[in-house]
Structures are given as structure tokens and as C-alpha cells.
Ligand binder design. Structure first.
Ligand code: AHM
Ligand code: MG
Length: 336
């Protein structure tokens, strides 16, 4: 894609506008929406950098709809996204992992209005110990002819218009796709804006690395256990394992270096822990656009039909050959 450059850099907004310009008749509404998402993540990033200085450590004292303890920063991140998007005027519905129900923001019935879904602060249990956290978002078209909030948000991942995440790590990066490749932007703290740093990321097709919370492995279905036991016995290449416990950080490492991330069914989460709509769909879209794959062990993640906005699914995501290797092990154990 030929992008007009201002000086030597391409900003996120410039990039989105250039991509949209390739669709005849694009109204600019989508770019306006994306600039709102980018603004909210800059706000969230600034809260995170000041954690400890402002009173955001610790728990809020309530539990969310999923029964999990809500951190103060979860609430601040959720509010930043909701308030920023409310001003865009082109967002019909928003749904957040932290809220009980999707919320109608505005009765917009234009063709170019959107549904935005997000996990405002993924990995939030890591905040108090200064480990990377992230924001994950996905955008669907708001179907003007569909009546009822629940119905309009329950779309399968293959219908995503765009998706991305921001990783608040040693630098702040946004990884984004609108179905034309996966691209990375780095927040320039001096300019206060995201600049394009990697275009068309291609995930390695294989890497000898896996990422899973192995403490639960005795409760994984047999195919996962066999896979993990099997790769440990391999010498050439010998496998290593990495697990941060922040999905965005674990996924980002795999996007760049290759390997596989798994969150299998466990005894405490027999249907998987991660949320289809807020976490798995957006990362699956990004992975596929970078040449990777994502499955629940049987079916491509983006083909799963959601029944509830808070559905959870098992997740196997990463380099295509690694994901195939896990899938073969699951099939051999009769899980597929
Ligand atoms: P959340 O912080 O949005 O609730 O996300 C769930 C987190 C993921 O970031 C991470 O991959 C996973 O839970 C870790 O779970 P566990 O501690 O069971 O390994
Ligand atoms: Mg969360």
C-alpha cells in the first residue's frame, strides 16, 4: 500500500485513512472510530505508567460478571474506552469484558456504524507487580436491520472488520489488522502518537516454543498432555517454554518469534478460560492475517458461533505448524 508520508514516519491515523481510501465511498467514519480507540489506549497507557504514583494499585472490592475480582485500573481502562467511544457518534453498541451486558451507545442505523468490543485491561492481575498488560479490541459492522443488542453483537469472528491490541510493555505497541495484513505501531512518547514500525508482519511458520500454564496440566485433556510430554522429549529442535500470564504479552512474543500459546480446558474452567469475543476472536484475526492459525482444538476460532457475549473457549494459537502439531495430538487422543 502506498502511504503518503509526513516527514519520515507514518502515523496510525494516516495508515488507517490510507487503507480506507482503497474502499470507494468510504466516509471516514471508520478512521474517526479508530482514532478514538487509539486515544483511549494512550490514556490507559498513561494510567499504567503512573500506577503506584496515583492510587490505582489493588482491588476495587467488587467482582465482575465473570465472578473475578475487579482491579481499580480495570475500571479506569473500561471508562476510558467507553467515554472516548461515546463521543464518536458512529458506535452503535459497545461490549466490554467488564460489563454485564452490551450497551447501546447510540441508535445509529447508518451503514457505516460499528460495534466495538474490548477487554480493556487484559492480564490485570499483573499490574501490581509491574508486568506487561494489554488492551484487546475488535470491531464489527453494526447491522442496522437486526433488532436487539444481543442479536447484533453475536457475530462470528470471521465477520470482524478490524481487530487489534495494545501491549503496555517496555514500549507501548499497537498491533492492528483490518483484513489487509497485520501491522505494528509503536507509541512515540514524545509525539504522543503511534508510528508505523512494522508493516505486514509474518509470524514464523514454526518455532520450538510453547506457552501454557503448566501447573494445570494434570487437569488438561489427554491430547494436550501428550503434546506437552512429546515436545519435551524432542532434542532437535529442543523446545523451551515461556509463560507471562498476560495473554497479550504471551501472544505478542509468539507473533514475533513464533511458537504456540494454549489455554486448554482445565478442571476449574472445563470450557476454557479465555473469552471468545473479547480475547480469542481478535487475536485469531491478527494471527491469521500474519500467516498463523487459531483453533479451539477442533474448529477454527473465527468460525465459532457465539451463543453469549461472554462465551469462553479453549484456545490454541500461533505458528501454523505448531498449531497443526497440537491439533494432530488432540485428534490422535480422540478430541477432534
Ligand atoms: P483477564 O486479565 O482479562 O481476566 O484475562 C485472562 C488472563 C490472560 O491475560 C492470561 O493469559 C490468563 O488469564 C492467565 O490465566 P492463568 O493465571 O489461569 O494462567
Ligand atoms: Mg480483563
Amino acid at each position: 500500500m502506498a502511504i503518503k508520508k509526513d516527514g519520515d514516519f507514518v502515523t496510525f491515523t494516516q495508515f488507517v485513512q490510507a487503507e480506507q481510501a482503497q474502499y470507494p465511498g468510504a466516509s471516514g467514519q471508520f478512521s474517526w472510530l479508530m482514532s478514538g480507540v487509539a486515544l483511549a489506549t494512550r490514556m490507559i497507557g498513561s494510567y499504567i505508567r503512573r500506577a503506584g504514583l496515583i492510587d490505582v494499585w489493588g482491588e476495587h472490592g467488587t467482582t465482575n460478571v465473570q465472578g473475578e475480582t475487579v482491579k481499580k485500573l480495570d475500571i479506569m481502562a473500561n471508562d476510558a474506552l467507553k467515554r472516548t467511544l461515546a463521543y464518536r457518534g458512529n458506535v452503535g453498541v459497545i461490549a466490554s469484558e467488564e460489563d454485564d451486558e452490551p450497551k447501546v451507545l447510540a441508535e445509529v442505523d447508518a451503514d457505516d456504524s460499528y460495534i466495538v468490543m474490548f477487554d480493556p485491561l487484559d492480564g490485570s492481575s499483573n499490574i501490581d507487580v509491574n508486568v506487561s498488560v494489554g488492551t484487546i479490541f475488535t470491531i464489527f459492522q453494526n447491522p442496522p436491520d437486526v433488532k436487539g443488542t444481543e442479536k447484533s453483537v453475536l457475530q462470528k469472528g470471521a465477520k470482524q472488520v478490524a481487530a487489534g491490541y495494545v501491549l503496555y510493555g517496555s514500549s507501548t505497541v499497537m498491533v492492528y489488522t483490518a483484513g489487509r495484513g497485520t501491522h505494528m505501531f509503536t507509541l512515540d512518547p514524545q509525539f504522543g502518537t503511534y508510528l508505523l514500525t512494522r508493516e505486514n508482519i509474518q509470524m514464523p511458520t514454526f518455532a520450538p516454543q510453547y506457552s501454557v500454564n503448566e501447573a494445570y496440566s494434570h487437569t488438561f485433556p489427554e491430547g494436550y498432555r501428550r503434546y506437552i510430554d512429546g515436545v519435551k522429549l524432542q532434542d532437535n529442535p529442543g523446545y523451551s517454554s515461556r509463560y507471562v500470564g498476560s495473554l497479550v504479552a504471551d501472544f505478542h512474543r509468539i507473533l514475533i518469534n513464533g511458537g504456540v500459546y494454549m489455554y486448554p480446558p482445565t478442571r476449574s474452567d472445563p470450557g476454557g478460560k479465555l473469552r471468545l469475543m473479547y480475547e480469542c476472536n481478535p487475536l485469531a484475526f491478527i494471527a491469521e492475517q500474519a500467516g498463523g492459525a487459531a483453533t479451539n482444538g477442533k474448529t477454527r476460532i473465527m468460525e465459532l458461533e457465539p451463543k453469549n457475549v461472554h462465551d469462553r473457549v479453549p484456545l490454541v494459537i500461533g505458528s501454523i505448524k505448531n498449531v497443526e502439531e497440537v491439533s494432530r495430538s488432540l485428534a490422535a487422543a480422540g478430541h477432534a
